[in-house]
Ligand binder design. Sequence first.
Ligand code: ZN
Length: 77
Amino acid sequence: MSAANGAAVRAMFDNAKQSPFRTCQWPFGDPQNEEEFHYCGAPTLAPHSYCARHVEMAYRDPDEEREAAREAERAAA
Ligand SMILES: [Zn+2]
C-alpha cells in the first residue's frame, strides 16, 4: 500500500467516525413538494448531520425557544 493510499484510508476512517453527511440535512419546505423541498446544504458540524446553526436549533430546549421568540417580539415592539 502506498503512502497516498494510507492517507486515503485514514481519511475514510476519520469520516466514518463522524456524520455520514458532509452537508447539513436540515429540511426546508414540504417533503411532498419536490420543487420546493431542499436541504440546508451548509458544511456540517461534526459529529452532527446539521450545520452549526441548525445543531443549535435541533438541540434547543422548546421552552427556551418560546422564551427567545417572546424576547424577539418584545425587542421588535
Ligand atoms: Zn443547516
